[in-house]
Write a protein that binds this ligand. Structure first.
Ligand code: ZN
Length: 285
């Protein structure tokens, strides 16, 4: 199944939801980053979470999530645009943590003490920035905590990433349900009960459920709008020009110290390597 983000709104407009399958996308991100299985789960969850929080984006808007904490992964970032382009990175891609209670120790890899930053570039003069302390470091709960406390939209977030037995990613995806003003408490309670009664997300993804089918399981008899679907793909906005600009922030002396040797910049997201000769940087030799 190709990766997609699907959005719906309930008939009375009081609940909105998004579900995504991100298996290929997370596989590509983690291949580029060289992650071990625990880092794959952590980064896959953050990238999928960014896709879900980005379901509100339109036109040229962008959203970025960043987690900085005291675990071995140190820093994780994910960025999405309104066209389903996604990129993500992790500062230390291998943590070699043993499983905990039979599960990948994402909280241990991320670190218990740290912050989740959310930046939304909605095309206004200043991007919107929000920050919360990490709640559980399992990422889904942290995103729900951010949405509920910082944006004051009661939200439920589920993220599932299962690494493949031979490396890579077997399945990845998630869903987000949000209560809009006017949502009835009993309707919310019914949805929460239904989410709790669902099979584990990883199982639903492994069974090949589409985003629409996952949403249909959550909403069942509650009428909702025709789903809108956006294909997801890996997309990095880096460029040779940008890489050169980074090197040009070095002083002329620092650049000249390299003489004719090539200077390189590696994009932290896609890992593309940009090389420049001293002459290309205008060095005097
Ligand atoms: Zn790049």
């Amino acid at each position: 199944m190709s990766d997609r983000l699907v959005r719906i709104l309930t008939g009375d407009g009081t609940l909105r939801a998004a579900a995504a399958v991100t298996t290929t996308l997370v596989g590509e991100i983690c291949r580029r980053q060289g992650t071990d299985p625990t880092a794959t789960v952590a980064l896959g969850r953050l990238a999928t979470g960014a896709v879900l929080l980005g379901s509100i984006l339109k036109d040229r808007q962008r959203l970025a999530l960043q987690i900085e904490a005291n675990g071995p992964l140190q820093k994780l970032q994910a960025e999405v645009d309104a066209e389903g382009g996604v990129r993500a990175s992790v500062r230390v891609p291998r943590c070699d943590l043993p499983p905990r209670d039979g599960r990948f120790d994402v909280a241990g890899a991320v670190g218990k003490a740290g912050f989740l930053h959310v930046v939304k570039d909605l095309g206004l003069r200043e991007p919107y920035r929000g920050t919360v302390q990490l709640a559980s470091s399992e990422i889904a709960e942290d995103l729900a905590w951010y949405l509920t406390t910082s944006e004051q939209i009661p939200s439920s977030v589920a993220l599932g990433v299962l690494p493949g037995d031979a490396g890579g990613v077997a399945v990845a995806g998630g869903f987000l349900v949000q209560a809009m003003p006017g949502a009835l408490p009993e309707e919310l309670a019914a949805i929460e009960d239904r989410i709790l009664a669902l099979p584990p997300l990883g199982t639903m993804l492994r069974d090949g459920l589409s985003p629409e089918e996952i949403l249909a399981k959550i909403f069942a008899d509650i009428p909702f709008s025709l789903p809108t679907s956006t294909p997801l793909h890996f997309s990095c906005s880096c460029s040779r020009r940008q890489a050169r600009a980074i090197l040009m922030t070095l002083s002329a002396e620092e650049r000249a110290a390299h003489g004719d040797a090539e200077l390189t910049v590696t994009c932290e997201y896609c890992r593309e390597i940009y090389s420049f000769t001293g002459a290309e940087l205008g060095n005097c030799t």
